[in-house]
Design a protein around this ligand. Structure first.
Ligand code: SAH
Ligand code: SF4
Length: 346
């Protein structure tokens, strides 16, 4: 068993089963998550026979990096190989003092939004808990390895915005986030974790109650007519149901706003009229709008909105009292930007 796939409770139970004292579980947890140990050999304060037994029955493996690309803006993209031969991508985005890791939750995605490259890939499977936690451990290793002694870089933020719909793999994503937030381990604050969903409504409330992380919602259009064309999931959960769930998102406040993601597609969803409709739709929700210039990929039939149109759209929102940001594309030259991830080897 890969120990990084276990929640704290399951981890403790495993050691109980080995008849080891309670503090041994804490010691091993500490080795994995605080010290970044990737093998039992490195856990030097464990008795030799316990190390041997753990070695025989378990592992602390992370996925393997099979390709690493560096963008001219500093963004890094990693292609990782899983035990079963599948591959998946993650992206590391440095920004001032922050290092944000964009983590994947599935191999492929069955939501199949029209503008997203990941959606063109056949859905393969959900990632296991250890494969999600493993991405973070791996990124942390890479940062430590590349940092010089006086400029050690640390991972500060996690966004569940890589490949896949996190709420279609809720249990594994939730367990992974619990491991990452554990105070005795990596201790990521829920304020430094953002989960992005295409709008799988029933999980929104659960996520708020059980995990309390920041929520980002891929809205992309203020009405069913346009959203339905862009995102097939809108037929299952329509705009009204989605907005109602956001209105009730536990813990949302002016200090902890919901991010509405809105990809800017020329002539499709970028008119000032739609900006007004959007402002009216989200009125009263503690939220902000993140405008994402569409990132192109080969074979797509969309065009990115011109900068001036994005500004006009943003101005309408601003004037209506909506907080709005335009996301600058990162890592486009290595296809590492939003919606450009795909896990083909070639
Ligand atoms: N599957 C989740 C999270 C991953 S995508 C979701 O859809 O929310 C992260 C964001 O990038 C989403 O808002 C998604 O809609 C957006 N996106 C997808 N393809 C894009 C593209 N080609 N250009 C810009 N943004 C894109
Ligand atoms: Fe899946 Fe998100 Fe891409 Fe839609 S935008 S296909 S939900 S990864």
């Amino acid at each position: 068993m890969n120990l990084t796939g276990l929640t704290k409770n399951a981890f403790v139970t495993l050691f109980e089963g080995m008849r080891a004292p309670k503090w041994r579980a804490a010691q091993v947890w500490n080795w994995i998550y605080k010290n970044g140990a990737d093998s039992f050999d490195k856990m030097t304060n464990l008795p030799a026979e316990m190390r041997a037994r753990l070695q025989e029955e378990h592992s602390v493996q992370t996925p393997k990096i099979v390709r690493h690309e560096l963008s001219n803006d500093g963004t890094e993209k990693f292609l990782m190989l899983m035990e079963d031969g599948n591959t998946v991508e993650m992206v590391l985005i440095p920004e001032g003092d922050r290092n944000t890791l964009c983590v994947s939750s599935q191999i492929g995605c069955c939501v199949k939004c029209a503008f997203c490259y990941t959606g063109t890939q056949a859905f393969e499977r959900n990632l296991e808990t250890h494969e999600i936690v493993g991405q973070v451990l791996l990124a942390r290793q890479c940062l430590h390895d590349s940092g010089s002694l006086n400029s050690k870089r640390t991972l500060t933020n996690i966004v569940m915005m890589g490949m896949g719909e996190p709420f279609h793999n809720y249990e594994n994503v939730a367990n992974a986030l619990r491991v990452l937030m554990d105070q005795d381990g990596l201790a990521f604050s829920k304020r430094r974790i953002t989960l992005s969903t295409s709008g799988v409504v029933p999980f929104i409330k659960r996520c708020g109650e059980e995990l309390g992380v920041n929520l980002a919602v891929s809205l992309h259009a203020p009405n069913d007519e346009i959203r339905g064309k862009l995102m097939p999931i809108n037929k299952q959960y329509n705009v009204k149901q989605l907005i109602d769930a956001c209105r009730e998102y536990p813990n949302a406040s002016d200090a902890r706003r919901i991010t509405f993601e809105y990809v800017m597609l020329k002539g499709v969803n970028d008119s000032e009229k739609l900006a007004k409709e959007l402002a009216a739709l989200i009125e009263g929700i503690p939220g902000k709008v993140n405008l994402i210039p569409w990132n192109p990929w080969e074979g797509a039939h969309f065009v990115t909105s011109p900068e001036e149109q994005i500004d006009r759209f943003a101005n309408v929102l601003s004037r209506a009292g909506v907080t709005v940001m335009v996301r600058s594309p990162r890592g486009q030259d290595i296809s590492a930007a939003c919606g450009q991830l795909k896990s083909a080897m070639t």
